[in-house]
Structures are given as C-alpha cells and as structure tokens.
Design a protein around this ligand. Structure first.
Ligand SMILES: *[C@@H]1O[C@H](CO)[C@@H](O)[C@H](O)[C@H]1NC(C)=O
Ligand SMILES: *[C@@H]1O[C@H](CO)[C@@H](O)[C@H](O)[C@H]1NC(C)=O
Ligand SMILES: *[C@@H]1O[C@H](CO)[C@@H](O)[C@H](O)[C@H]1NC(C)=O
Ligand SMILES: *[C@@H]1O[C@H](CO)[C@@H](O)[C@H](O)[C@H]1NC(C)=O
Ligand SMILES: *[C@@H]1O[C@H](CO)[C@@H](O)[C@H](O)[C@H]1NC(C)=O
Ligand SMILES: *[C@@H]1O[C@H](CO)[C@@H](O)[C@H](O)[C@H]1NC(C)=O
Ligand SMILES: *[C@@H]1O[C@H](CO)[C@@H](O)[C@H](O)[C@H]1NC(C)=O
Ligand SMILES: *[C@@H]1O[C@H](CO)[C@@H](O)[C@H](O)[C@H]1NC(C)=O
Length: 508
C-alpha cells in the first residue's frame, strides 16, 4: 500500500514531497489510530502505583491486535485519500477535486494587546525551500537567554557510548508503564541504554537524584501535557526512586509523589493540547468532535500553576489528531475534520500548534500569581521510518543512535519544532522581569535516537509479533514513546541542569 508514503525516505527530492508524504502519512496513521482506539482504547497500566489519570488514550502507538487488520480491510484507499490532509504544503489535498488552498503564512498573532488574535491576513505562497536550521540550537530568546549566558548550549553535541549505563533498571523502578518497559517486554538488545549526550562545549552532568532533590527542596515540579510528559515524569521518578522511595499522594485528577527528605513534590496532570477543549456543538461543528479554543489556555490545570515552582510542558503530537480549531470565537480550521472543501481553512494543524504554544506561554508569563520556571520541552521526534505505523513504517532493528549519515530528517518534525519555537517566542513577548522561561530543545539530539523506542516490544505478551512477516510487513510497534531506562532519561539531565542554571542566575 503506497498511501502513507514514506515518512522520510531520503531518496525523495528535497522539496515539498517529503513534507507532504510525511504529513499525509502521519495523518493517515492517526486516522487508523483514532478508529482503532474507538474499539480498543489503550489505557495506561502501571503496576498499582499510579492512579489512572490519563484521560486520553495513547497516541502514536499501533496495535498488535488483529482488529488492525479489520480496519485495513474496511478503510479502502478512496476513503483514506479523502481524509489525508497535507498540512505543510501549499495545498490541501482533496482527492477528486482540484481545490487548492493557500496556507496563510503571515498571520499576525497579537497576544500583547487584548488577548485577541488577528488572523485577518493575506494568503501568501509558502516558502517550500525554507530550511530549518537545527544545527545551532533554536533555544529561544528570553530567560532562555539568561540560561545560554550562564553556560554552554546544552543541545548542540553528540551521543557518546558510556558503559556506565543507566541509573535504574526495569526491576529497580516500580513506576514504569509496561509499554515503556522494553527489557521487561523482551527487547533483546540493551546497548541503547549506554549512550550519553555530550554537549560540544561542556559536560552534561550525569543525573544525581540527591542533588535534584536538594535543588528542589520544598518545591513542586509539575509535568503537564500528553503521554510524552508521562514518559519524562516516570523517567524522573525512576531515577529519584534510587535515592528515596516517595509517598504516593496522587488522586484521580493528578499523579503526585512526595519526597519526605526534602519535601519535594512531583506531579503530573494530563492535557492533550494545553488549550481549552470543548465537545459541544459550535457553529457548524457538531457535538462530539473535539474543539480547541486556541486562544484560551486549558483551564483544567490553571489552579495548580500558582503553587508550582517548575513547570514542564509537553505537547504537539495531538495536533495530528482530529479536532476543530477555534480562534476568536470562529472556526478557523480543522484537522481530519472539515465539512466543506470549497471553504478555505485559515490555519493548518502546525499553525494551530504554534498558536496554542503562544497562548499557553502568554497566559503563564502574565499570570500574576505564578512565578515559577516554565520549561517547554520541544517536540519529541518519532521514528516511523519508511512509512507510517501500518504502511511499513518501522524502527525495529535499530540498536544504536543514528550517525550523521544515517539520520533521516522528518520535515514534519522540523515544521512542528519550528512552529513551537515561534509560538514560544511570541508567547513570551509579554514577559516581565519576573518571568522565567526555558526552551528545552531536545528535537535535534533525539532525532538521532531511532534506537530508543519500544518498537515491537511494547507489551509483555510472549506471542507478540516482533519480526517482519514473510510479506515484509513490519510488526505493530511504538516508535514514538521512549524505552525506560533509555535516552529519555537524558531529558531529566537537561531538566536538572536547566533548573540549576535558572536558580543560580536568580541568586546573582
Ligand atoms: C491474529 O491473527 C493470526 C492469523 O491471522 C492468528 O494466528 C492469531 O491467533 C490472531 N491473534 C489474535 C490475538 O486474535
Ligand atoms: C471504497 O470506498 C468508496 C467510497 O466509500 C467506494 O465507492 C468503493 O467502492 C470502495 N472500494 C472498495 C474496493 O471497497
Ligand atoms: C506551491 O505554490 C507555488 C506557488 O504557487 C508553486 O510554484 C509550487 O509548485 C507549489 N508547490 C506545490 C507542491 O504545489
Ligand atoms: C484537475 O485539473 C486538471 C487541469 O486543470 C484537469 O486536467 C484534471 O482533470 C482535474 N482533475 C480533477 C480530478 O478534477
Ligand atoms: C510576511 O512577513 C514577512 C516577515 O514579517 C515580511 O517580510 C513579508 O513582507 C510578509 N509578507 C506578506 C505578504 O505580508
Ligand atoms: C528551491 O530549491 C531548489 C533546489 O535547491 C531550487 O531549484 C528552486 O529554485 C528553489 N525554489 C525557490 C522558490 O527558491
Ligand atoms: C526486567 O527485564 C528482565 C530482562 O532484562 C526480565 O527478565 C524481568 O522480568 C523484567 N522485570 C520486570 C519487572 O519487568
Ligand atoms: C522589574 O521591573 C520593574 C519595572 O520595570 C522594576 O521597578 C523592578 O525593580 C524590577 N524588578 C527586578 C527584580 O528587576
């Protein structure tokens, strides 16, 4: 099946095609994933320690269940082609018609004035040759400047082999989601655990749980966002667990762990998009479909913000899922949803992502009750190479980080990263001298870690398929979340260093 098109096959000309292909592929994957999840919600099962606070299913995970095949048979090519939306090209693809929709690129998002976002803009052709320079870290300006000034660029460097290995194992960490327990799920190789990130101009210290707790004495750290936020939170807990077993004070709404020795609290709250979501009918969008009010932050966690000292935000992947985009009380676009193809969408999913980031950052830096450090973790790259999750996309067989020559750039990932950076910068324009913000720019470093995902080892089922079939089909797999232990632990080394630098800068 050619539909999904390779997500990032290097032989394609470096023009718009790979972008289209990758976005189309992702969209296609998500159609399947969404359909599939209706029948087979993939919940989060953690060995008794966690309340189930994930109100939403996993994203980016294909199913090992035979129901997958049911959908492949039922959704035929025609159906799929109708639904694919090319978000990053200058055309909205619509099989059967020749409608061309120019994307609005020069929208003005003015969050400084009256919280209104002006999208009344000219359509211009998109610059398909725009290169996104990831080589020099796109660490946004701002408090970020403060951070860069007080140390080297953490995100420019390379992966080096380090036989010292991880701080914990699947056996020494009881709060590890089974889907990320790669070793426990039978992954045969282990050396992917033995790589450390080496910034070019300095050392990134190995994570020190005691140091982290001391630094965060009496403080609260909150992870807010999607399942990738959970991935990072669990990694942090696993490492801290080695120094001290925390008290579980979670409830239905949030995960919460309390470390007695330093009175440090780690919490996590689910928010798929970080902006206000409704499902009621709105204008011509029917009830049931998710509606994202891109200019309003998700209110579900706002009450927690004032008591938070460090906030880590994680979002992005849900923008590929079906939803309606609302701005200024008007429907301005939709992802995998649009009733009338003769009508232009004003924004696509990547632009919606940008606006959402601007909205949340603006609301945080202008919140008079919040003085914490806000860390935006940049878009986490997935590695469904050579296709999407069900069209031959695969990360199986990757046992070490990619070399420069092996690196497969994903235009979609680059676009999401770029949008996130601009949303961040726009959102913090209103920052005061109290605001503390940092952009944790992991996208490029982690684009090398195609070996860090569970791949087919995402369940303990001894009968799961882990090899390609005789027809070349790869097994169902997760090439989005990260194994634990694994490269995701590095995010918390970045986090510790970011917090340390911020605290030091404030002491000066
Ligand atoms: C899936 O299908 C294969 C063959 O089509 C069959 O052998 C296997 O038992 C099925 N697995 C489940 C869980 O139904
Ligand atoms: C695919 O779907 C389209 C529209 O729903 C239908 O017209 C067509 O016959 C279907 N093709 C197959 C092979 O089922
Ligand atoms: C995008 O638009 C420009 C200008 O209209 C055009 O030259 C280019 O071929 C378009 N690209 C695609 C993929 O349609
Ligand atoms: C699209 O436009 C081209 C040229 O304008 C035409 O040849 C083609 O038949 C059109 N395709 C469809 C599906 O309308
Ligand atoms: C779009 O914005 C860029 C940079 O702000 C500006 O140089 C360019 O003239 C704008 N284009 C249009 C069509 O407004
Ligand atoms: C984009 O780059 C290609 C090859 O590098 C070049 O042929 C083309 O003219 C460029 N297009 C624009 C609009 O700059
Ligand atoms: C941890 O992984 C090993 C294989 O490396 C496995 O034997 C063991 O059962 C796993 N433990 C848990 C708790 O998953
Ligand atoms: C913050 O800015 C205000 C006004 O610009 C100034 O009065 C105040 O001293 C500044 N505070 C700090 C800590 O720099």
């Amino acid at each position: 099946m050619r539909l999904g098109s390779p997500k990032s096959v290097p032989t394609y000309p470096k023009t718009v095609l790979p972008i289209a292909a990758s976005v189309g592929g992702l969209a296609l994957f998500l159609i399947f994933a969404s359909l599939l999840l209706v029948y087979q919600p993939i919940g989060t099962k953690v060995s008794g320690y966690f309340y189930n606070v994930d109100q939403a299913p996993e994203i980016g995970v294909s199913s090992s269940n035979n129901k997958t095949n049911v959908f492949e048979n039922r959704v035929n090519d025609t159906d799929i082609k109708r639904k694919i939306e090319y978000s990053s090209t200058n055309k909205t693809f619509d099989s059967g018609t020749n409608t061309t929709v120019n994307l609005v690129t020069n929208k003005t998002v003015d969050l400084d004035a009256s919280e209104t976002i002006d999208l009344d803009t000219k359509s211009v052709e998109i610059d398909t040759n725009k290169t996104i320079d990831l080589g020099t870290s796109k660490t946004a300006d701002s408090g970020a400047k403060k951070i860069v000034d007080s140390g080297c660029d953490l995100y420019h460097g390379n992966w080096v082999h380090d036989p010292a290995g991880p701080l914990y194992s699947n056996n020494s960490c009881p709060v590890l989601t089974q889907m990320q327990n790669c070793q426990g799920n039978g992954r045969p190789d282990k050396d992917y655990e033995n790589y450390r990130w080496k910034p070019t101009k300095c050392q990134l210290p190995r994570f020190d749980p005691r140091k982290f707790l001391e630094l965060m004495r009496g403080m609260t750290l909150a992870f807010i966002g999607d399942s990738v936020a959970r991935n990072q939170m669990e990694s942090l807990l696993c490492m801290l667990w080695q120094a001290e077993v925390p008290v579980n004070r979670g409830n239905k709404r949030m995960q919460r762990y309390y470390f007695r020795s330093t009175s440090t609290t780690i919490i996590r709250i689910w928010s798929s998009w970080l902006v206000h979501r409704t499902t009621e009918k709105f204008d011509f969008a029917p009830e049931g479909v998710d509606k994202l009010h891109l200019d309003a932050p998700d209110e579900t966690f706002m009450d927690v913000i004032p008591t938070t000292d460090v906030l880590v935000l994680s979002s992005g992947h849900w923008f590929a899922k079906q939803s309606v985009y609302i701005l200024n009380n008007e429907i301005v676009g939709g992802q995998l949803w649009w009733p009338d193809n003769t009508q232009k969408k004003k924004i696509d999913s990547t632009e919606a992502f940008e606006i959402s980031v601007a909205t949340i950052m603006s609301s945080l830096v202008t919140n008079p009750d919040y003085q914490g450090l806000t860390v935006v973790r940049s878009y986490s790259p997935d590695h469904y190479e050579g296709g999407t999750w069900n069209t031959g996309g695969s990360c199986t067989g990757k046992v070490k980080p990619a070399t420069d020559g092996e690196l497969v750039e994903s235009e979609f990932t680059n676009t999401m990263h770029d949008k996130q950076v601009s949303g961040f910068n726009r959102g913090i324009k209103k920052k005061t001298n109290k605001s503390r913000v940092a952009f944790m720019d992991i996208t490029k470093p982690f684009s090398y870690r195609h070996d860090g995902h569970p791949g087919p080892y995402r369940s303990p089922d001894p009968n799961k398929i882990t090899k390609r079939g005789p027809d070349g089909r790869p097994p169902p797999q997760d090439c989005l979340h990260w194994c634990m232990p694994g490269p995701v632990d590095t995010w918390n080394e970045f986090l510790l260093e970011t917090i340390r630098r911020d605290f030091e800068a404030r002491d000066l």
